[in-house]
Design a protein around this ligand. Structure first.
Ligand code: ATP
Length: 365
């Protein structure tokens, strides 16, 4: 794990899953941040419990590592029902899904991670299952094929996606509640870190927590990961206390920069500034320049860069903001987004979107 790309990648790998399981909050009131989602969800769950019926199907969208799996587990725990976990890529054939649906118990929560990657036949099976709690098992092939309807137990589908825009409308419309998970602010990440430090018996004073939180890319998974690396450093090179100085020295060593940007983030900005003069440039061209798939650039790097105000999506392509030039140690050109004195602070720049991820397709290609 010496690679900074792995260190700040929002995806979990290998042994990390076990550590994550130990650090997951188990109940809604332990879940930090996402106040609006928590409140909305709490109402959905309470009313379902009061009615004695499973709640509406729930869709969660947001970047990796923001707590979607954790929330799915909490939903099942709060409802006092079992949880079945699968993922879109595992549901390649409709039969894979039928096997799960037909064995669900009454009220069970079915969690489908990366639901946008579910195959078309499985998605079509989901429509009927979500709406009528029924699946049609197709027997035979060609003109002689017959659909045998099979009732299934009422259940709650919890879907998670990093790309809600890719879900077909008929599937999206069948979710009664959509939770949009946003990046966490520094204060919330400090709370996540203090909680994890308690569970892992790490001596973490507030200034150390602040330093790690600042560099965690708005993502609890990354905060927990950086905490473990900084703890190692504190134990080997210092007195075990994760002070601000120790955290900063450790994170500098692991090449996590002052804003938490990782190698891919920096590569994207570097290419945008040095090869395309700050843009605009299309997503595919940018992805080729950094040697990644367009989806990786779009899902992993861009949302955070946009949120940090370093990158803007415009109808003509991706553009580096004045802040991006400065962050990379360069002088922004006078026409850089955010550099123009004609645009007052906080005013949206026409034709750009630096506040939200925006329409992923608008500037693609
Ligand atoms: N709100 C939170 N409070 C405390 N810890 C959190 C919170 N959200 C996430 N975490 C921690 O971050 C880690 C990653 O969370 P989780 O696996 O739920 O993310 P995810 O959005 O499902 O990611 P992916 O989509 O990549 O599976 C877990 O260890 C979890 O304990």
């Amino acid at each position: 794990m010496n690679d900074d790309r792995e260190l700040v990648s929002p995806d979990a790998a290998g042994d990390e899953r076990a550590i994550e399981a130990a650090l997951r909050p188990k109940r809604l009131d332990e879940f930090i941040g996402q106040a609006r989602v928590r409140e909305q969800l709490s109402l959905v769950l309470q009313s379902a419990l009061a009615r004695g019926r499973p709640p509406d199907h729930i869709l969660m969208s947001g970047s990796p590592g923001l707590g979607k799996t954790t929330l799915a587990m909490i939903i099942a725990a709060e409802l006092g029902v079992p949880l079945r976990v699968t993922s879109g890529p595992a549901l390649e054939r409709a039969g894979d899904l039928a096997a799960i649906l037909s064995t669900l118990s009454e009220g069970e929560v079915l969690f489908i991670d990366e639901i946008h990657r579910t195959s078309r036949p499985a998605q079509e099976m989901l429509y009927l299952a979500m709406e009528d709690f029924r699946v049609d098992i197709v027997v035979g092939k060609g003109p002689g094929a017959t659909a045998i309807p099979l009732d299934i137990a009422p259940f709650t589908l919890v879907g998670a996606t990093t790309r809600a825009g890719l879900l077909p409308a008929p599937l999206r419309d069948r979710f009664g509640f959509v939770a949009h998970m946003d990046f966490y602010d520094v204060a919330e990440l400090e709370q996540v870190l203090h909680r994890s430090a308690r569970l892992l018996s790490v001596n973490l004073p507030p200034d150390g927590a602040h330093e790690i939180a600042r560099r965690s890319r708005g993502t609890p998974r990354i905060a927990n990961r950086l905490l473990r690396r900084v703890r190692d450093y504190a134990e080997v090179r210092a007195d075990g206390v994760v002070s601000r100085e120790v955290a900063a020295a450790a994170l500098d060593l692991y090449e996590v920069d002052s804003e938490g940007l990782d190698r891919l983030d920096r590569a994207v900005l570097h290419a945008l500034l040095h090869r395309f003069g700050g843009g605009p440039v299309g997503l595919s061209t940018l992805a080729v320049a950094v040697g990644e798939e367009p989806e990786t650039v779009e899902v992993v790097a861009e949302p955070f860069l946009v949120r940090q105000g370093l990158l803007a999506r415009t109808p003509r392509g991706r553009v580096a903001t004045a802040a991006a030039w400065l962050h990379m140690g360069l002088t922004p050109p006078p026409d850089a987004v955010g550099a123009s004195p004609a645009v007052p602070d906080g005013e949206p720049v026409p034709g750009t979107d630096t506040a939200a991820a925006g329409d992923p397709e608008a500037a693609a290609g």
